[in-house]
Structure formats: structure tokens, C-alpha cells
Design a protein around this ligand. Structure first.
Ligand SMILES: O[C@H]1[C@H](O)[C@@H](O)[C@H](O)[C@@H](O)[C@H]1O
Ligand SMILES: [Fe+2]
Ligand SMILES: [Fe+2]
Length: 318
């Protein structure tokens, strides 16, 4: 698989250094594997593979495929049940981090058991996705080790699906995220199912700003509950030394209505605008690295374990 990226020249990492990019790869990311190279299409200077592992466009929520019906049913449930009250409650409950203690790599291995029902592009165990996206971003940003680790851990919050962590339903763990407490923007996929949501007709929550004010900052916005916000809390509360941009990427990587469609931008403050640049970079690797080509876990494990030791304590509270 070939991913072509145009690196924004003005981006600086949160450590204040200029980004150093691979010099010899011509901005070309090659994911090795025995699959035919997909045709590339150019989108805003970025060339992405045209089709996913099922032969459809990425994130096509209407294309008839073996996954389409299940994914749509997923969004019916998610849009029906995620309410302002629900997300506040979940954040408080899971913010206590009382479910267990373990290291980051141990958690990666737990994801061997997890398949994401919201994803039209991938039906592999999640550990494959973690390594595929981390290895992909590592090839293009060899010196930004924080970005490699960010990719490795960005979906770890999906352990919420497992019995030990509450066995939450898929609609409370995965899928795109969106703010609660204000009107549901039409940029959300399968927007129609919000009509079943109790908040849809609540005048306190169904105006453009709802309970928020312009520029209030995303940190003040209650997002739908799931793996993003949970992993953000875990990383932050366990005192990670990852930079703020990494925490922001983890927290908002599923907020497609914002980072892909440009909705809800009125809620952002200046800092959000800066951090959003990293989410957009990260997203290309998160999305387009999804494939059937497996990464050799044992081969890359020592590298990622060294990053984990650099940025996290040996054991974390979850
Ligand atoms: O189906 C996907 C998947 O669950 C991802 O982990 C999440 O980040 C996406 O936003 C979502 O739509
Ligand atoms: Fe995710
Ligand atoms: Fe992901």
C-alpha cells in the first residue's frame, strides 16, 4: 500500500523543534505486503489508497458491503443512546480509574480479543490496527517518537468492551464522536438516527451552542463517551510525559465531524486550532493504514516497549 503525504512545512512539534521528516522516501509511505498496490487518488495534496480491504472507498457508510448493515445498526444505537446525561455519568464513573492495574503493552495484548463493529474498513483484531498505524506513521516521521507511541495507544480505550472493564456495548465505546449538550450537526454519519435521541427535542441542548459559548474550548465540551475520552483520562491521570498534542490526538481522533467535515469549529479555542493540525496528520495514518497485511508483533515489540518505558509508568490505573 502506498500513501503519499504532503508535509505541512510550518508544523512544529509540541517540543518546539522543527519536524524532521524522512529524507529519502520522497514523502512516500510503503506498507509492505503481498497485496496489489491500490490506485491512488489525490485529495487536497494527499494521495490515499482508493479502496479498503473490502474493495470499497474508505468510510463509505452507504456502500453495500458485508459490513454496511451492521455498521448502520451500530450508529442507530449510538445516536439513540448517547445523551448529555449519559456521557457525564460515564466520565465520572470511569474517571475514578478503579477497574484495574496494568502496563501499556499488556493492554495492547488485550486488544487481541477486540473487533470494532463500527468500522466499515477493518474487521481484524485491534492489535493489528494499532501496530499498522504506528508503523505507518513511524516511516514518515522517524524522529517524532511520541507520535509513534500515540498511534500505538490511541485505540487502547476499546478495552471498555471487555468484561473486566464493564463490558460496555459497542455504541458506548467505538464509532465517530460528537458533542452532547448542543445540536447534532448534519456532518455526523447517519445523522437521521439522532431523531431517536431524547436530547434531540430538549430545548436546552438542541440549539447551535446549547450549553456552550462560542470559543469555549473543546476541553469544556462533553463528548460522546467512548474509547477516545477514556484513554485520554487514563494517560493524563497516570502522569504520562507525552506532549499535549499527543493527548489531544488521543482524545479527538474519532471526532470526524470536526477534523474531516469542519463542523463544530465555533466551540474551539486557539489551542484547539493548533492541536487540530496534528489530528489531521494522524488521521491519514489511522485511516489509510487499515489493511489485511499483518505486522510482525514480536519484531517491533522491543521498540514500542522502549517508548512505553520513556513516556509511561510501568503500571497504570485503568
Ligand atoms: O469506526 C471507527 C473506529 O471505531 C475508530 O477507532 C474510531 O476512531 C473512528 O472514529 C470510528 O468511526
Ligand atoms: Fe479510534
Ligand atoms: Fe484507530
Amino acid at each position: 500500500m502506498t500513501i503519499l503525504i504532503e508535509h505541512p512545512a510550518d508544523l512544529e512539534s509540541n517540543f518546539g523543534e522543527k519536524n524532521v521528516h524522512a529524507e529519502n522516501n520522497n514523502n512516500e509511505l510503503v506498507l509492505d505486503g503481498g497485496f496489489p498496490l491500490p490506485k491512488s487518488v489525490s485529495q487536497n495534496g494527499f494521495s490515499a489508497p482508493e479502496t479498503n480491504a473490502f474493495g470499497h472507498s474508505f468510510r463509505d457508510y452507504d456502500a453495500e458491503s458485508e459490513r454496511q448493515k451492521g455498521v448502520e445498526e451500530f450508529y442507530r444505537l449510538q445516536h439513540t443512546h448517547q445523551t448529555y446525561h449519559f456521557v457525564k455519568k460515564m466520565r465520572e464513573e470511569y474517571g475514578k480509574l478503579e477497574k484495574g492495574e496494568m502496563g501499556i503493552w499488556e493492554c495492547c495484548e488485550l486488544l487481541n480479543e477486540v473487533v470494532d463493529e463500527s468500522d466499515p474498513d477493518l474487521d481484524e483484531p485491534q492489535i493489528e490496527h494499532l501496530l499498522q498505524s504506528a508503523e505507518a506513521i513511524r516511516k514518515d516521521y522517524p524522529n517524532e517518537d511520541w507520535l509513534h507511541l500515540t498511534a500505538l495507544i490511541h485505540d487502547l480505550g476499546k478495552i471498555l468492551l471487555l468484561p473486566q472493564f464493564g463490558e460496555l456495548p459497542q455504541w458506548a465505546v467505538v464509532g465517530d464522536t460528537f458533542p452532547l449538550g448542543c445540536a447534532f450537526d448534519e456532518a455526523n454519519v447517519h445523522h437521521k438516527y439522532f431523531k431517536n435521541n431524547p436530547d434531540y427535542n430538549n430545548p436546552a441542548y438542541n440549539t447551535k451552542n446549547g450549553v456552550y459559548t462560542d470559543g469555549c474550548g473543546l476541553d469544556n465540551v462533553a463528548m460522546s463517551w467512548g474509547h477516545d475520552d477514556y484513554m485520554y483520562l487514563v494517560a493524563k491521570e497516570n502522569g504520562t510525559t507525552l506532549p499535549p498534542a499527543a493527548l489531544f490526538v488521543i482524545r479527538y481522533h474519532s471526532f470526524y465531524p470536526l477534523h474531516k467535515e469542519g463542523a463544530y469549529t465555533h466551540l474551539m479555542n486557539k489551542e484547539d486550532v493548533e492541536n487540530l493540525k496534528w489530528v489531521k496528520i494522524f488521521n491519514k495514518y489511522d485511516l489509510y493504514s487499515k489493511s489485511k497485511v499483518r505486522v510482525d508483533v514480536e519484531k517491533v515489540k522491543p521498540y514500542y516497549q522502549s517508548l512505553i518505558a520513556k513516556y509511561f509508568p510501568a503500571k497504570l490505573r485503568w
